[in-house]
Design a protein around this ligand. Structure first.
Ligand code: SAH
Ligand code: SF4
Ligand code: F3S
Length: 469
């Protein structure tokens, strides 16, 4: 899940005039940013880059060369935070050579640890939470003058709706659009409600405008992002409450040539309405990420997911009924949650057997300080048991991914070309409608083009095929 992106070099001539009253950064200040964690963080780094480009910062792809280094961090599991600590240690060496360099921590780990981060990690000059990015220019100025700077204020309103993100490290074909922030669910294992604050939805018009701008710049796919997209709600000027199903339709109407994806759906809120909207528009991809977390109702209750196994399976049945048996479905699974017995773990495996997911993100439970689970339950499944259950889940998922991909052999899928495949001379790649990565011989295709591909072979991770007319 963890990824690293780098800011592309901006054309300094194209840098817009500063839009706020803050003095622009001294000419040539160089900024380097790395992102960890979920797509939301990637999307936020694009907002941060936009805010700082407005202030005259120039992007560099080389940390050694930067005046300001920002790590946009994740706190979801302990190992996500350990990775950041290691990275900070590495950057410490750089800072010793160049003491005037500013090192900042943004994102969920910044929000979780707040000032503690400055106390624990001596070289951190700047700590900024997910709702405070507009204050970055001021805070960097403060840090440059030698003071430690921190803003971890969580907002009930901030959606950065008016900020046009600087698209980072992408392929020019596919982009994220953040449609809401925060989360009002209280899944007992999860740190996100604490690091990202209350749920709020972004102005639907600004979302459609962003999709439209992307389309006119040549993008052909947008992914609408939120922790629980099904609870999107925004009231328009006439007092009408725009639902997620309506928002989906509004974005799909931008152009039949613009694919629409979204993530994440919560099983408790995913309505048939959304599924019918997906079925109605050919450009809304036939793929849904519906995290189950566990296949056992007692564990789901302890997780405070507010649905049980039967409810979850009913939602899967609705997907297969409305979108058809070929719809792509993926999930998130946690193994070894507090009190999980062997039988309960087997119920997760049996749920996976019933659904036959195309793909899954799978994790061993990692207790997060101050979450409801940490307060209420003992983290009592031994680490080796969590890991063994995780490897069972992974092995089963690999079988299912392979079986699902094999079923697609002989089918023709529509692929949006992303660019050259990582491996294989003269091969191109792109995603099928159902989200499978697909590789096929290049016959002069360009990124952003739609190609019909007949599937001839596969691995558990990739479809292989030949373009057809
Ligand atoms: N909003 C999304 C999930 C965001 S976090 C949803 O509700 O599905 C992404 C995934 O990380 C979660 O679905 C869960 O599977 C996993 N996760 C979250 N907290 C975790 C923890 N404490 N230990 C292990 N995995 C966790
Ligand atoms: Fe975390 Fe649950 Fe919110 Fe997802 S829905 S971000 S798992 S609290
Ligand atoms: Fe991590 Fe925060 Fe996303 S905790 S998963 S970066 S919302």
């Amino acid at each position: 899940m963890s990824n690293l992106i780098e800011l592309p070099i901006l054309d300094s001539n194209a840098a817009p005039e500063p839009a706020t009253a803050v003095a622009p950064a001294p000419a040539g200040r160089r900024l380097y940013i790395e992102s960890y964690g979920c797509q939301m963080n990637f999307s936020d780094s694009e907002i941060v880059s936009s805010i700082l480009a407005e202030e005259g910062y120039q992007a560099t792809q080389d940390a050694d060369d930067a005046d300001v280094i920002l790590l946009n961090t994740c706190a979801i599991r302990d190992n996500a935070e350990q990775k950041i600590r290691h990275r900070l240690q590495h950057l410490n060496a750089l800072k010793r050579q160049r003491p005037d360099m500013v090192i900042g921590v943004l994102g969920c780990m910044a929000e979780r640890l707040k000032a503690k981060l400055i106390e624990e990690e001596k070289m951190v000059d700047l700590v900024v939470g997910p709702d405070a990015y507009r204050s970055l220019p001021d805070l960097i100025g403060q840090a440059e003058s030698g003071q430690k700077a921190i803003n971890v204020f969580l907002s009930r309103e901030e959606t950065y709706a008016d900020i046009e993100p600087v698209r980072l490290g992408g392929n020019g074909v596919s982009a994220f659009i953040s449609i809401m922030r925060g989360c009002d669910n209280m899944c007992s294992f999860c740190v996100v409600p604490f690091t990202r604050g209350r749920e709020r939805s972004r102005d639907a018009h600004s979302i459609v405008n962003e999709a439209n701008t992307l389309y006119h710049k040549g993008y052909r796919e947008v992914t609408l992002l939120g922790q629980n997209v099904d609870s999107y709600k925004w009231v328009d000027e006439t007092g009408h409450r725009v639902t997620f199903a309506e928002l989906l339709a509004m974005v799909a109407e931008v152009s039949p040539e613009l694919r629409v994806r979204f993530s994440t759906s919560h099983p408790k809120d995913m309505t048939d309405d959304v599924l019918h909207t997906m079925a109605r528009y050919a450009n809304i991809c036939n793929y849904i990420h519906l995290p189950a977390q566990s296949g056992n109702s007692r564990i789901l209750e302890r997780m405070n997911r507010t649905y049980d196994r039967a409810w979850y399976l009913d939602r899967i049945a609705a997907i297969k009924r409305i979108l058809g048996p070929d719809a792509g479905i993926s999930t998130d699974i946690i193994t070894g949650f507090c009190g999980e017995t062997e039988e309960e773990h087997l119920e997760t495996l049996s749920l996976m057997e019933m659904v036959q997911y195309d793909y899954a993100y799978m994790f061993a439970y990692s207790e997060r300080p101050n979450t409801p689970a940490a307060k209420k339950y003992a983290d009592d499944v031994p680490e080796d048991v969590k890991k063994r259950r995780l490897s069972e889940v992974i092995a089963l998922q690999n079988q299912h991914s392979l079986a699902r991909n094999r079923r697609r052999i002989g089918q023709v899928v529509q692929v949006l070309v992303e660019g050259p495949a990582k491996r294989g001379e003269g091969m191109m790649c792109g995603r099928a409608d159902q989200n499978n990565m697909t590789v096929f011989a290049d016959h002069g295709f360009a990124p952003g083009q739609y190609v019909n591909v007949r599937i001839t072979d596969c691995t558990s991770a990739t479809l292989l095929g030949e373009a057809v007319a």
